[in-house]
Ligand binder design. Structure first.
Ligand SMILES: O=C(O)C1=C[C@@H](OP(=O)(O)O)[C@@H](O)[C@H](O)C1
Ligand SMILES: C=C(OP(=O)(O)O)C(=O)O
Length: 508
């Protein structure tokens, strides 16, 4: 068992810049009610756009993720000569020239804040016979890229970058790659996907083994583009050289990682009940829902028809459900091991829930959080303590002691969208006013987050995007089983994956 890490004294000198568009103000919440369409899944949107661009023919993507990360992927594809149109905010039309039609970009490709954009696109660019540069914002330029550069170099790609290619900007000169087997030391869907995407255009077979199952959206989507994928336990493989066929239309399910913040808000605020129709419930993403149940939360999942497998009519190959959450008393839980990759992006909001749960919640095997948009373990420990929470930081996790009354204070999202949203939910259970600096970073994944919270009845002020008050996304009625999103049909198996514990200690 690792020892707790002491935290430096909080910086109390920071205060919100007057009139700053980047801050949010949150007061105690009660009676959150309504039905809310969550944004389209960010992970699935990145993959759908990249595969559509690499295929020949037109693909229409419905309910494409609205945030800045998914927009970064579209901008990079357009810079590679792919025709990308967005006739309305939820719909993206991609006329794929086939990957052979991609052209050397005139300027560095900017992945912004998006790790998924940089790592997955690097896999595809490694197969192109031209030189390109991938860069990103200051946060992304600190995140480890060696984990994808190393296997791609072994396949034959020439990649240079800061710190020997461990950090962006990355310069890639691709060409004829050879398929490899990659034993990934980290349970990362980005690593797995980058290598498999390169493998699509490499000679022979490419396989990846991961230490625990990470999200499997790439594997589910490839057959929809005409490429079979073989799975044997924790190993997944593709044969190179098969042309990608555009599937005409893909419907992106609601994002369970975005849903998590609204579910948590309803669970924590008195007299609340909300409904989220059409949320993806792929078992590699539902760890959070399982933990909520173990904490005693009143959450419901009404699965839609089909199992999400290719050919059953579910356009993105993903199971979908309508989720509900009600005000609940919570008890502490211990989480770690194989569960971590299945709720990796939900740990910030789980830590907030844990402040209100009876007992000590222990989170372990989660050192990967230190290499996300910010060091999320450090950020959670320090920012939640500002609100009065009792949190011990460990090298690979947190202990959160609850229940602890929170009090409003000035805290910072540190440029991390998931921190912004987690702190906003914490503010709803804190006394007085909570000010969240840098809250506009929520737009990286959910630009309507603050407006949506307000529509559910939460006393929250901005920052909102200019059109965030258009009223079409929320109604007061319960769903009839299908929301306004065109749903992929499907049900979750509810079966958790198994495998060796994930390792989060890699920094390369
Ligand atoms: O493949 C993806 O779409 C993602 C994989 C995860 O990252 P890692 O693969 O680095 O664990 C996750 O944290 C990220 O938000 C999205
Ligand atoms: C880690 C995340 O995304 P990415 O790695 O794509 O930046 C996230 O969305 O929480």
């Amino acid at each position: 068992m690792s020892g707790a890490i002491p935290t430096p004294t909080p910086d109390t000198t920071r205060s919100p810049a007057p009139g700053s568009g980047g801050a949010a103000r949150v007061r105690p919440g009660r009676r959150l009610q309504g039905t809310l369409q969550v944004p389209g899944d960010k992970s699935i949107s990145h993959r759908a756009a990249m595969l559509a661009a690499a295929a020949g023919g037109r693909t229409v993507l419905e309910s494409y993720a609205p945030g800045r990360d998914a927009a970064s992927t579209l901008a990079c594809l357009a810079a590679l000569g792919v025709t990308v149109q967005r006739p309305d905010p939820g719909r993206v039309v991609i006329d794929g020239p086939g990957i052979a039609g991609w052209r050397a970009p005139a300027a560095p490709l900017d992945a912004g804040n998006s790790g998924t954009t940089m790592r997955l696109l690097l896999g595809l660019l490694a197969t192109r016979p031209f030189r390109s540069t991938l860069t990103g914002d200051a946060s992304l330029r600190r995140r480890p890229m060696g984990r994808v550069v190393e296997p791609l170099r072994r396949m034959g790609a020439r990649i240079e970058g800061q710190d020997g290619g461990r950090l962006a900007p990355l310069h890639v000169q691709g060409g004829d790659l050879q398929g490899i087997h990659h034993d990934s030391p980290v349970a990362s869907a980005q690593v797995k996907s980058a290598v498999l995407l390169a493998g699509l255009f490499a000679a022979g077979r490419t396989s990846v083994r991961e230490p625990a199952l990470s999200r499997d959206h790439t594997e589910r989507m490839l057959p929809l583009f005409g490429v079979p994928v073989e799975r044997d336990g924790l190993t997944v493989a593709v044969e190179g050289g098969r042309p990608l066929r555009a599937p005409a239309r893909l419907v992106i399910p609601g994002d369970p990682s975005a849903a998590a913040f609204y579910l948590a808000a309803a669970i924590l605020c008195p007299d609340s009940r909300i409904v989220l129709p059409g949320v993806g419930v792929n078992p590699t993403r539902t760890g959070f829902l399982e933990v909520l149940e173990n904490m005693g939360a009143r959450v419901g999942m009404a699965r839609q028809a089909g199992d999400g497998s290719a050919g059953d009519g579910s356009p993105a190959g993903e199971p979908v459900a309508d989720l509900t959450a009600e005000t609940s008393a919570l008890r502490a839980v211990t989480i770690g091991g194989d569960l971590i990759p299945r709720l990796i992006d939900e740990i910030p909001i789980l830590a907030v829930l844990a402040t209100q749960a009876r007992g000590t919640t222990r989170i372990r095997d989660a050192a990967e959080l230190r290499v996300k948009e910010t060091d999320r373990l450090r950020a959670l420990a320090e920012e939640l303590r500002r609100l009065g929470a009792r949190v011990d930081e460990h090298p690979d996790g947190l202990d959160v002691h609850g229940p602890t009354p929170l009090r409003g204070a000035v805290c910072s999202a540190r440029g991390d969208h998931r921190m912004a949203m987690a702190l906003a939910v914490a503010g709803l259970v804190a006394t007085g006013e909570t000010v969240i600096l840098d809250a506009s970073s929520a737009a990286v994944s959910d630009p309507d987050f603050f407006a949506n919270l307000r529509r559910l009845g939460a006393p929250v002020d901005g920052p909102d995007r200019p059109d965030a008050d258009e009223p079409s996304r929320i109604t007061a009625r319960a769903p009839s089983g299908a929301g306004s999103r065109p749903h992929p049909a499907g049900t979750a198996s509810g079966q958790g994956p198994s495998g060796a514990p994930s390792r989060g200690d890699e920094r390369a």
